[in-house]
Design a protein around this ligand. Structure first.
Ligand SMILES: [Fe+2]
Ligand SMILES: [Fe+2]
Length: 329
């Protein structure tokens, strides 16, 4: 009886949210863990469900609930197959990239408020006539938990408090071409969600136990946002434009260099001696994008119109029916 219990608990410890947990995984084993996580958290069904939730969010906004995190149980031994110092550098970068969320949400609100007030509310909430926030947007509510969560993980692992250095946010910059502005802003938000999903999946492939479970919470928020933003941007701008973005290597390079100068530690991961991890992160980025493209293939224009209505606000966007993308294909 005792023997059975021992075997069961030992087996249990070998499996975690990323599948089989090797004590020192090689490159192929880490890739297998990344793939397992993708099927678990970024399946076609999950993406569809996250997108279909958006109209409901417009009606009755509700924050995605988190599972309880056992902060006290997080410890060093749960970092798998990577030097803890490097793992911690990426956690520290995550804290910096996630802030300052209020500026990000107000930037989105500025871009979206005339063309899609419901989406603007989802992102940036509602303000009174003096610009004072009277309702916080759901996206902001979900996002503002991420930096503190990664800070807490960092503190739990190191015993030290992290000195935050938030990003600079440019804010809403009107150019006179509302359609192009919204399009570019949408692409930049999708890029951020895409990179966050890819990096958090990679972090989860190198962790286990309470540490891995803690990272799974922000990851699921980012998947939620990626599915929603991808779907609504596809609805508003069509597939042909999107394909250009996806195929653009320039955008990927820009993404990888995103705020590079402002990072205090994250760039170390790209050093030659850490090439293996750079390749793993690249693999994660590529696999997430492949999964999104597979899903995109099944997104049908008429189904999207049924979910979101016929088009973005035409008067404010000043576009002709022929050029407005998916709705008119
Ligand atoms: Fe986030
Ligand atoms: Fe997000």
């Amino acid at each position: 009886m005792n023997l059975v219990t021992t075997i069961n608990s030992a087996n249990h410890a070998q499996f975690d949210l990323a599948g089989y947990c090797h004590s020192t995984p090689n490159y192929l084993q880490t890739r297998a863990r990344i793939n397992y996580l993708l099927e678990r958290y970024l399946s076609q069904d999950i993406l569809t469900e996250r997108l279909l939730d958006l109209p409901q969010q417009f009606e009755t906004p509700q924050q995605r609930p988190w599972q309880k995190i056992n902060w006290q149980a997080i410890n060093h031994s749960q970092i798998i197959g990577i030097e803890p110092k490097l793992f911690l550098q990426v956690i520290a970068s995550a804290v910096e990239i996630e802030a300052p969320i209020r500026s990000y949400s107000q930037e989105s609100w500025g871009y979206l408020q005339t063309a899609h007030p419901q989406l603007a509310r989802f992102m940036g909430g509602v303000t009174d006539e003096n610009g004072k926030i009277i309702e916080v947007g759901i996206w902001e509510k979900e996002e503002r938990q991420h930096a503190p969560a990664f800070s807490k993980i960092y503190q739990q692992l190191t015993g030290k408090k992290l000195q935050q250095k938030p990003n600079t946010v440019h804010g809403y910059q009107p150019t006179g071409n509302v359609r192009a502005e919204i399009y570019n802003h949408g692409v930049s938000r999708i890029s951020s969600e895409w990179s966050a999903v890819s990096i958090y999946i990679w972090l989860m492939s190198h962790s286990t136990g309470a540490l891995q479970m803690a990272i799974a919470q922000p990851l699921q928020d980012e998947v939620n946002h990626l599915g929603k933003f991808w779907g609504i941007t596809r609805w508003g701008f069509g597939d042909s434009v999107f394909r250009r973005v996806i195929g653009s290597i320039y955008r990927l390079i820009r993404l990888l260099n995103h705020h590079q100068k402002e990072r205090t530690s994250g760039q170390d991961i790209i050093k030659f001696s850490h090439l293996k991890y750079g390749i793993e992160i690249g693999y994660s980025l590529m696999k997430v994008m492949t999964q999104m493209c597979r899903w995109n293939y099944h997104l049908k224009a008429d189904a999207l119109s049924q979910v979101f209505g016929n088009s973005l606000s035409h008067t404010s966007l000043e576009v002709s029916p022929q050029s407005s993308g998916v709705v008119w294909e």
